[in-house]
Design a protein around this ligand. Structure first.
Ligand code: LLP
Length: 432
């Protein structure tokens, strides 16, 4: 079974998550349901915040990449924990606003911000746009001018790093749809343009090299390239950046065979080297930002399902069908992402039954995982899938007209609904 400090088994042999009996939670809230450990989310925020403050210095903070989970309750928690946020759409901005989040601590990302997005951001006092390209930069300048403000921005720069190959290897990442590449000279041109525009206050740079990165070296490689670029721009234009945002992407232990990550020591490792690079390059140390998404919420979440049946195809495979699937978790269908699961009401029994965990949609690819090991379940049993807190609810759909599952928060005092289960009426509410 997936092992983590917030997971245990009680005397009835039930899976306990964050102190709560998951079989009872399934009874109380129905299935499928996302269950989230509020304390774990807060703990991760604190690890990032204190490690960044300690190792990078004051003013260096983590921004929660809210594309991983964008609901009001999460923004409230982020505000309480002193986090900044990364948002990528006006919808995320609206949700943060509804939660009372202070948007001066928000960074608006995306490779195609519409005029509406830019106006909406400016009207609501967005702290920074992370500007992707020259067209967008001019549009921000114009809209900021119309609003008689100088808009603070970062520029999204492509350092040309592939974190999944050997560290520091330059790859074809220059062809990313995001940002401007240093290698092609376009990043330099974007800086020149930003500095020439009247209503733009350029504060620094941003890069994001990818996700599920387990070591800290790729971040240091990216930082080396970015800080060298910062030095070059200082020499060429006399502009010294105040902010260096190194993006998100620290890995998460999705299954037991993945490594456990010590986020604080990763941050310490990145910070030590960044400070040294700044000294070597003769730069004043900028404020550093990181944008963790999944490493804040992924292992704070599990999904509970009810088994509908077991189908054995002799000589082939065994299917265990559950009452959710790709509408609540499309990540196996999209990326063949791996998950661990357990029969929550038989958690202490041996997991010796190999099966494919199949969703309920009319589509063969609707699976949560293949070759999974469970205790053989029967109809009515509860299955828990681990590490579903990031990019599950955020990517949920209504495929096959299935209402979205609720998000139930658990903490030491009990449990509460953060997002209600959708109803059939919700499915039709926009239909005339
Ligand atoms: N910052 C930027 C600019 C990003 O593009 C992303 C993720 C993050 C931060 C957060 O990365 P994280 O720490 O969560 O790895 N739907 C995919 C993930 C796409 C992520 C895109 N950008 C999935 O389910 O794995």
């Amino acid at each position: 079974m997936y092992n983590s400090s917030n997971i245990s088994i009680n005397e009835q042999g039930h899976l306990v998550f964050a102190g709560q009996d998951t079989v009872e939670l399934a009874k109380q809230y129905g299935t499928p349901a996302y269950i989230m450990d509020e304390e774990r989310i807060r703990e991760r925020c604190r690890i990032y915040r204190s490690a960044m403050e300690e190792h990078f210095g004051e003013g260096s903070i983590p921004l929660f990449a809210s594309k991983a989970l964008s609901v009001k309750r999460i923004y409230e928690i982020m505000a309480e924990e002193g986090m900044g946020i990364d948002i990528v759409s006006s919808g995320e901005l609206y949700t943060a606003l509804k939660a009372g989040f202070d948007l001066s601590k928000a960074y608006f990302h995306g490779n195609n911000k519409t005029d509406f997005d830019i106006k909406y951001g400016i009207e609501n006092g967005i702290g920074h746009f992370v500007c992707d390209n020259a067209d967008e930069l001019r549009a921000i300048n114009e809209i900021a001018g119309a609003n008689r403000i100088k808009q603070h921005i970062l520029l999204r720069i492509t350092p040309g790093i592939d974190p999944h190959t050997l560290a520091a290897i330059n790859t074809g990442k220059v062809d990313s749809k995001f940002g401007a590449a240093i290698e092609t000279g376009q990043a330099d041109e974007l800086v020149a343009l930003a500095l020439s525009l009247e209503n733009i206050a350029l504060d620094g740079y941003h890069c994001h090299i990818g996700s599920q990165i387990f070591e800290y070296e790729p971040f240091v490689d990216a930082a080396t390239i970015m800080l060298t670029f910062m030095r070059d721009m200082k020499v060429k234009y006399g502009f010294e950046a105040q902010i260096m945002n190194l993006g998100g992407g620290m890995g998460v232990k999705y299954v037991n065979s993945d490594p456990e990550i010590n986020y604080a020591s990763n941050i310490a490792g990145i910070a030590t080297l960044c400070k040294k690079i700044c000294r070597d390059l003769g730069l004043n140390q900028p404020k550093f930002l990181l944008e963790p998404g999944r490493s804040i919420v992924a292992d704070s979440g599990i999904t509970l399902y009810t088994v509908g049946g077991v189908k054995e195809i002799p000589g082939f495979k065994n299917y265990v069908s559950i009452d959710g699937g790709m509408p609540d978790n499309p990540r196996y269908a999209l990326y063949q992402s791996r998950y661990d699961a357990v029969v929550a009401n038989k958690a202490s029994l041996p997991a010796d039954y190999e099966c494919t965990l199949a969703g309920r949609c009319c589509e063969s690819g609707d699976l949560i995982g293949e070759g999974m090991m469970l205790c053989k379940p029967v109809r009515g049993d509860t299955v828990a899938v681990f590490v579903t807190g990031a990019y599950n609810y955020a990517m949920a759909s209504h495929y096959n007209r299935i209402p979205k599952a609720p998000i139930v928060m658990v903490n030491k005092n009990g449990s509460y609904i953060a997002v209600k289960r959708e109803t059939f009426e919700d499915l039709c509410k926009n239909e005339i």
